[in-house]
Design a protein around this ligand. Structure first.
Ligand code: NAD
Length: 469
């Protein structure tokens, strides 16, 4: 990109005067669509000096004249106020805008590419242009990516392009951050001032502090995390929202076929904030099991089939659960060892219930491939209740019959005896007793953790692996 000298000089003058008038960082926003236009208007309303940039002359004119380029409640009023107060300008000249500001928000489109991947063409182009501007700029500059992108994009694409085009160093001359956008179209302005959360992943402390300063007025509880985690948060949110919509609609189709009012059902469902709408069941761990979930999922899937109602999401739950168990088997098998010891075999801690425990299924898979199994579970009781459960499992899961028949013989007295007699230890329950057994195991004994024993993962311990972390 060719930059005329006047652009640079004009920008430098504008910036110097702005900084002297206002201690808040000035912000350029690249991309004046649904995300960028709202950022421009709302941040101007908080007192920031904003420069909007778009390749579309129509959008630039609209923002420059204080008119909303999109249909969005209150946006036109905020833009016209920002322009009237001299806090909002707009231009097609990205380089001049970057030169005139301290921070650049990047909110260009990231559409779906023909192969289904995320098309980063606009992100890459804009990052390169930001770098070209930074080559001419003195002082630290912050680039904040606000687009929804695959994890890795901020560091491997934006930062790399900016560094290559500017010849400058991340963390020294410029910082990058990922700050996902969670606003809902239609109520985006209201959401801006009362965000569901504010998440920031930054390349360095200085950048983190600058981005935190920008959002300080609307959120005092900013959640800081690594850049890839912040990128992933945005994808996870949207996949979750889509999952909820698809789930609600499947329940609706099933209810309709049964002549039940789906809203009557779901109105009750959503009142349960202890188990239904809560963090419960959402942290990655091992497969679901027990005497209820697998049985009920099978029954609902069967009911839908009988009624000729197509419920692909619910029908797939058993499949994805089985894949998770198969993944555990793969992790263990790739160690190439024979004696596999299990800490915990009941379907969850603090119960003696073995029915449809996913650990039993895993044990059956490994036994079928020649593994020698051993188990320690402080809650197992060899009594009539267990005999009843063995009968249940033989009926519900015939593949596990052999393991169930031999469960008493393969049980050892305590955790120390288990870890002493196996080549890999598989932990199914996150209990203090099992944590202690893992910490004190003999050096190098491989661990496959199905339960997330430790909040902080053991550092540089190659013998430890989690199933989904
Ligand atoms: N729309 C939403 O509610 C929403 C919510 C959260 C996240 N996001 C994400 O935010 C990003 C932007 O979404 P959007 O809905 O605002 O997109 P949009 O298509 O409405 O706006 C993008 C703008 O970027 C402009 N642009 C493209 N390349 C440019 C360049 N090199 N220089 C200047 N301008 C350029 C386009 O002309 C367009 O006006 C996407 O990654 C999207 O997934 C959107």
């Amino acid at each position: 990109m060719n930059l005329v000298k006047q652009d640079f000089e004009a920008a430098a003058v504008a910036r110097a005067s702005a900084v002297s008038q206002n201690s808040k960082p000035s912000i350029s926003v690249i991309g004046l669509g649904y995300v960028g236009a709202v950022s421009c208007a709302c941040l101007a309303n908080l007192g920031f000096r904003m420069t909007g940039v778009d390749v579309s002359l129509e959008k630039v004119r609209s923002v420059k004249e204080g008119r909303s380029p999109i249909v969005e409640d209150r946006l036109g009023d905020l833009l016209s106020e920002g322009v009237r107060l001299g806090r909002i300008d707009a231009t097609q000249n990205l380089v001049a805008a970057v030169l005139a500001t301290d921070v650049t928000f990047l909110s260009v489109g990231t559409p779906t590419a023909p192969d289904g991947s995320c098309d980063l063409t606009y992100v890459r182009q804009a990052s390169r242009a930001i770098g070209q501007a930074l080559a001419m700029k003195e002082g630290f500059h912050v680039v904040v990516l606000r687009c929804s992108v695959p994890p890795g994009t901020t560091l491997d694409c934006v930062a790399v392009e900016v560094a290559a085009a500017s010849g400058k160093k991340m963390g020294v001359d410029f910082g990058v951050a990922f700050n996902p956008e969670f606003l809902r179209e239609g109520v985006a302005v209201a959401d801006f001032y009362a965000p569901p959360k504010t998440v920031v992943g930054a390349s360095d402390a200085r950048t983190e502090q600058i981005v935190a300063q920008i959002y300080g007025a609307v959120d005092q509880k900013i959640q800081f995390c690594s850049i890839p985690a912040a990128e992933m948060v945005k994808y996870v949110d949207n996949v979750w929202h889509a999952t909820k919509v698809a789930f609600g609609n499947e329940i609706g189709r099933l209810c309709k076929s049964l002549d039940i009012d789906s809203h009557e059902v779901m109105n009750i469902f959503v009142t349960d904030t202890k188990l239904n709408l809560s963090p419960y069941y959402l942290k990655p761990g091992f497969a679901f099991g027990g005497s209820c979930l697998p049985k009920e999922v099978r029954a609902v899937a069967h009911l839908a089939d009988a009624l000729n109602v197509d419920l692909p999401l619910i029908q797939s739950l058993g499949v994805t659960n089985q894949r998770h168990i198969a993944e555990a088997a793969r992790l263990i098998e790739q160690l190439g060892v024979k004696r596999v010891g299990f800490l915990g075999v009941t379907f969850k801690p603090a119960t003696d219930d073995l029915r449809e425990s996913p650990t039993l299924e895993l044990m059956a898979m490994l036994e079928a491939k020649g593994a020698t199994l051993s188990v320690y579970d402080p809650n197992l009781r060899f009594n009539d209740n267990l005999k009843g459960q063995i009968a249940y499992v033989r009926h519900a899961c015939p593949s596990q019959a052999n393991v169930m028949d031999n469960i008493e013989q393969i049980c050892v007295a305590d955790a120390a005896a288990l870890t002493a007699g196996c080549d890999v230890v598989v932990v199914s329950h996150a209990t203090d007793e099992f944590r202690a057994a893992i910490v004190s195991r003999r050096p190098g004994l491989p661990v496959i953790d199905l339960a997330r024993l430790f909040k902080q993962l053991p550092e540089s311990d190659e013998s430890y692996q989690g199933i989904a972390w």
